[in-house]
Design a protein around this ligand. Structure first.
Ligand code: C5P
Length: 231
């Protein structure tokens, strides 16, 4: 089976602070994006990686990917105003290569292990749509616009969902095209799109270390995580 990976790196990353998008800031001297791409390059089963960036970040992208094996990369394509639009741009760029399975991965998750990525591929080859999730340890409540509690959700049935998410390529591309046609751009992950078109999505075990760099303090946590990896 031909396996592709879309890496979405087209966010502005403003919540994380700093002078450039978080994916181009460094952890242990290496950019977040380069770490994420290296993790995917470590998985031999992945044939091609499709980066999605803001075109204004092209020189940052070139610097971040210097000396990575070019044979595994498609040229980066420009993303959109939402993550969903950025993923769709990546999928369209892969369409002519018609992979069997596609992984969708956030550039902002540099700590996904090889085992996790391989689990994603294996699960998607079996089921067509598979996503990593963790049991939630906090109690989760819904609130209204005045912060008044609506209800307390049953924690045992909840999962916090990560990337990489893995799908049969053709139906995911079709789901994205349909959402675009119908003006739906409010899906926060690709599994939500797959669910919307009626695909069955299975959750496999995610990793606590597979954090998404979102806020400034995440960089401090990431620094100590990579230091621990080295020691
Ligand atoms: O903002 P958030 O952390 O949810 O973004 C998750 C990933 O999606 C990041 O890697 C970010 O660069 C990417 N993204 C994108 N295009 C956007 C918004 C986010 O590629 N318009």
């Amino acid at each position: 089976a031909r396996i592709a990976a879309v890496v979405v790196a087209a966010g502005s990353g403003i919540r994380a602070g700093g002078d450039k998008p978080k994916q181009f800031r460094t952890i242990g001297g290496e950019t977040v994006l380069r770490r994420t791409l290296s993790a995917l390059l470590d998985v031999a089963a992945i044939d091609v990686i499709q980066p999605v960036i803001r075109l204004e970040d092209t020189s940052l992208f070139k610097a971040a990917t210097e000396a990575l094996p070019p044979a595994k990369f498609n040229a980066p394509v420009g993303g959109g105003a939402t993550r969903q639009e950025s993923v769709r741009a990546g999928l369209e760029a892969l369409a002519s290569q018609a992979p069997d399975v596609v992984l969708i991965h956030d550039a902002a998750r540099p700590f996904a292990s090889r085992a996790l990525i391989e689990r994603a591929i294996a699960a998607a080859e079996k089921t067509g749509a598979a996503i990593p999730g963790l049991a939630v340890t906090d109690t989760i409540k819904s609130v209204d616009s005045h912060s008044l509690v609506g209800e307390t959700l049953d924690r045992s049935s909840l999962r916090a969902i990560q990337t990489p998410q893995a799908f049969a390529f053709a139906p995911l591309l079709e789901a994205h095209r349909r959402a675009h046609r119908e003006g739906r751009n409010d899906f926060t992950d690709d599994a939500a799109l797959a669910e919307w078109v009626g695909m069955q999505v299975v959750v496999f075990d995610g990793e606590a270390g597979n954090i998404k760099i979102t806020h400034p303090e995440d960089f401090m946590r990431a620094e100590s995580m990579q230091a621990a990896q080295l020691s």
